[in-house]
Design a protein around this ligand. Structure first.
Ligand code: FAM
Length: 437
């Protein structure tokens, strides 16, 4: 059985060759135009980044190395005794472009569990934070502090060859992914369950199985399976989203993976990005309180209008790229539909009903280019149903997940020798001058 590193060693030369060919044969080909509105509009729609592991089609949604979410659910190995995709099999697919065997997945689980303990100084750092510090701030700081042990940084200082960048990047990325559950669970325990003992990492469990266990949900197979699915599905969403892009940008300066991913986490902490799942829950609960048990279309509609008229966005709806219901939302809905306790849960029923009513209201409102639910329209509400009600923590789970894709790309950026990212900016005066020419 080939290890992850051996598999990567095999696939990298062909990709390096592909890039070289693309550059020499098509380097001057034009893929689009840049309008002033793109420059003003947050570069929306510009085809300007290389990101190999996943591509987001506006209508169809995400594909990981060409595989749709239902296809991934069919072919990617799950945890022993489980049914859902696990982080290890998604990570393997993202990194190598290949579907791992159950044996390879298990081997990777074992490697991650063995590397999963936090260094004592990071435990101390996390324990020193006030419990009122937002969990995402704590996570970002903890991840940055892990760079104390960066293999990439140490090798760079000694003077490594460019061809060795990726192996050290991979070592750091695997170490970081391995340690995320212990870090994220420690934050949860400190903030929400102070004084309760944190279970040790179980070497026979997968990454998310351990995470769930350390959070205190290890006995609940249903929530553990949900976390596995959620974390695998959220792993990557091409390169232009704020967190992935931040990791890529910071990594391009040859900052190590810990610093790069910590920067990404602070982008994820914004309400228009990763914080949306906590916002959705807050908003759905306020709706539930206002409309009470009469979950009629009319009541939901008028609550939606109330939100819009007060100048707020409807959280969980719209997307920078997608123009259809998010297939990740659909996959989570299907997870709920196959479990009676979730199907009958009042909050899930409200989410489902809202997803039927909101698109027409948002179309009538006429602003958003995508009136359909994104993944966060339901992700936090499922956790809430399970009694996992500390919604300020939800983005941390997203942060554990997004590491899979953002860190994959760091490995590839170094393997492909991608340069420092440096787009050209203009002042308004300079732009005016440019368009008048
Ligand atoms: N409710 C009300 N208005 C909305 C809206 C929504 N859900 N989504 C977009 N709009 C507005 C938007 O504010 C903008 O208004 P202005 O012209 O007044 O600035 C207009 O519609 C055009 O926006 P767009 O081009 O359709 O969307 P953007 O690409 O600018 O923004 C989002 C994309 C996701 C930031 C935006 O749809 C939004 O704010 N959604 C609600 C928050 C949310 O659910 N974020 C989670 C995104 C998620 F996928 C993730 O990162 N996890």
């Amino acid at each position: 059985t080939k290890s992850l590193k051996e598999t990567l060693q095999e696939v990298i030369p062909a990709k390096q060759e592909q890039l070289k060919k693309l550059k020499t044969e098509h380097g001057q080909a034009v893929v689009g135009e840049v309008k002033v509105e793109n420059i003003i509009g947050g570069m929306r729609g510009l085809k300007a980044m290389l990101w190999d592991a996943s591509v987001l089609d506006p209508n169809e949604g995400i594909r990981f190395h060409g595989l749709s979410i239902p296809e991934c659910q069919k072919v990617l190995p799950s945890a022993p005794g489980g049914k859902e995709i696990i982080a290890e099999s998604m990570l393997w697919l993202l990194l190598t472009g290949q579907v791992p065997t159950p044996e390879q997945t298990k081997q990777l689980s074992k490697e991650l569990a063995e590397k999963g303990d936090l260094p004592a100084y990071v435990e101390k750092l996390i324990d020193s934070f006030p419990t009122t510090l937002h969990p995402m701030t704590q996570l970002g700081m903890g991840v940055a502090a892990l760079n104390h042990d960066s293999s990439f940084q140490a090798a760079y200082e000694k003077g490594m060859k460019k061809s060795e960048y990726w192996t050290h990047t991979l070592d750091d990325c695997i170490d970081l992914i391995a340690r995320l559950p212990a870090l994220a669970a420690r934050i949860y325990r400190n903030v929400y369950k102070p004084g309760t003992p944190l279970p040790a990492i179980n070497k026979d469990l997968d990454l998310v199985g351990n995470y769930s266990n350390m959070l205190g949900y290890g006995d609940n197979q249903s929530i553990t399976e949900y976390l596995r699915l959620y974390i695998a599905l959220h792993g990557d969403h091409e390169g232009g989203n704020a967190s992935a892009h931040t990791a890529h940008l910071v990594g391009s300066t040859l900052s190590d993976p810990y610093l790069s991913y910590s920067a990404a986490l602070f982008a994820l902490a914004g309400p228009l990005h990763g914080l949306a799942n906590q916002e959705v829950l807050r908003w759905q609960l306020a709706m539930q309180q206002e409309i009470g048990s009469d979950v009629s279309e009319e009541n939901i509609k008028s609550y939606l209008w109330k939100t819009l008229k007060s100048g707020q966005v409807v959280p969980g709806y719209g997307h920078g790229v997608l123009r259809n219901p998010d297939p990740r939302f659909i996959a989570l809905q299907e997870f709920c539909n196959t479990r009676p306790e979730l199907k009958n849960s009042p909050i899930i029923q409200l989410v489902n009903k809202t997803s039927e009513v909101a698109p027409d209201v948002l179309k009538e409102h006429g602003k958003t280019k995508n009136p359909y639910p994104n993944v966060d329209a339901t992700s936090g509400c499922v956790l809430y149903h399970y009694g996992f009600t500390e919604f300020k923590y939800y983005t941390v789970i997203f942060g554990v997940s997004r590491a899979l894709g953002a860190l994959t790309q760091l490995v590839w950026a170094r393997a492909l020798g991608l340069p420092l990212e440096r787009p050209k900016s203009y002042s308004m005066d300079a732009l005016e001058k440019l368009v008048k020419q």
